[in-house]
Write a protein of this length. Structure first.
Length: 154
């Protein structure tokens, strides 16, 4: 029985010993922000930062004076790409409807900068996207870009 406890203890030590190399959320955000700054400089993008470091570009400011909130339902056309241009998701050029609260945090924050019929870009740091684990073909700590057209919301 003692050998089981020693084996378990050894396994825990090995697991936690490797954790020192994992960046904290703030450390990864600093890395991602530098990646985004390099990308926008290379592409000549002019935009703004949200409070939590989502970079957005409004190519068409849209109409009206209202903005969606996390409780809004949005009708949108979008494509999601890695910064190298490889597409990982898309609405296929057709409108789709989402509840904002069900989207990744970067979308929840960035979409609130868009009015009806606006068009633009969201560049989302990994911690506000799919984080250190990634998901469905999106690697860990991936900074991602969405080209969006917000058609309507309510």
């Amino acid at each position: 029985m003692k050998s089981i406890y020693y084996s378990f203890f050894t396994l825990l030590l090995l697991v936690f010993a490797g954790c020192d190399d994992i960046p904290t959320f703030d450390e990864q955000l600093a890395i991602d922000k530098q990646i985004i700054e390099d990308y926008i400089a290379e592409k000549g993008l002019v935009g703004q930062w949200t409070e939590n470091s989502v970079f957005y570009v409004l190519e068409d400011e849209g109409i009206g004076t209202e903005y969606p909130t996390t409780s809004s339902s949005i009708d949108i056309i979008y494509s999601g790409t890695f910064l190298d241009g490889e597409e990982f998701d898309s609405s296929g050029g057709f409108p789709v409807t989402f509840n904002v609260y069900s989207l990744i945090r970067g979308w929840q924050e960035g979409i609130q900068e868009f009015k009806k019929e606006s068009k633009g870009i969201l560049i989302i740091p990994s911690g506000l996207a799919y984080g250190p684990n990634g998901t469905f073909g999106i690697p860990a700590d991936a900074v991602i870009r969405f080209d969006i057209e917000l058609l309507d919301f309510n």
